[in-house]
Design a protein around this ligand. Structure first.
Ligand SMILES: [Mg+2]
Length: 250
């Protein structure tokens, strides 16, 4: 497999859901990536699978996504109850982040919109706490865009620049899926359980590393470099894996 780490073992071990805390990225893990973030389709069995996992883990199942929470809930309205959005800056039931609705956020939206006007292959995704600039249809622009965005974040400490799959993201500093998982693991019903994380993107690597260090099961989905010792190929394989774990649960 290209980009495999030396320690890579493909097949994940069986997770005992009764003792597990299950953290799941959304795009590229539970749903297939689409040309646009709003063009994904949710497989019909997914909500029922989420409900089974949530029950089998005693409620210790969470989606951990880069999407805003409200956006995620358009696709998975009810289950699982716990979800973390905006890469960890939004938590279901938690307080609002100071960047929400701020002048800094509007400045970032204007800056990225101006970049996107230059080329019809670029797509802007406004988020509650940041902006993503998707260049999947115009990959030749990536290096130039990164320079421009880095210049913006150098002048605006309210943001960090993060590369993702076919996109650059501006988001608040000091947040990350790893911090979000660590915080959830400090609270019921997650505390004291073995963490399991499935993620597909570079933005999932810190969370995969955190879970591996904590003695949990870190699983990379799809191709590409990863620190995770386990790997599955695609969302359909994630569904099969999770359904198997749920099947084996008491
Ligand atoms: Mg993803």
């Amino acid at each position: 497999m290209p980009g495999s780490a030396a320690t890579l073992i493909d097949r994940p071990p069986a997770a005992e859901l009764s003792g597990a805390a299950l953290f799941l990225d959304f795009d590229g893990v539970l749903v297939d990536l689409a040309p646009r973030p709003d063009a994904i389709t949710v497989p019909a069995p997914l909500p029922a699978l989420m409900a089974r996992l949530e029950a089998a883990t005693g409620g210790a199942t969470a989606i951990v996504t880069g999407r805003g929470l409200a956006d995620l809930r358009r696709y998975l309205p009810d289950v699982p109850k716990m979800a973390v959005g905006s890469h960890g800056a939004e938590r279901a039931g938690g307080p609002a982040h100071p960047l929400a609705g701020s002048a800094d956020l509007r400045a970032a939206e204007r800056f990225v919109a101006a970049l996107a006007e230059r080329d019809r292959g670029l797509l802007v995704e406004e988020k509650p706490l940041g902006v993503s600039l998707h260049y999947r249809a115009a990959p030749h622009l990536a290096a130039e865009l990164e320079v421009e965005l880095a210049r913006f974040t150098a002048a605006r400490p309210a943001f960090e620049l993060h590369p993702a799959k076919g996109a650059f993201e501006l988001r608040p500093p000091g947040i990350g899926k790893d911090h979000a998982i660590e915080a959830l693991m400090g609270d019921a019903p997650f505390a004291g359980r073995m963490p399991v994380y499935l993620g597909d993107d570079t933005t999932d690597e810190p969370a995969l590393a955190w879970v591996a260090r904590a003695g949990g099961i870190a699983i990379k989905v799809g191709p590409g470099e990863s620190c995770a010792p386990y790997r599955v190929a695609a969302p359909k394989d994630v569904h099969a894996l999770l359904a198997g774990w749920a099947e084996a649960a008491p």
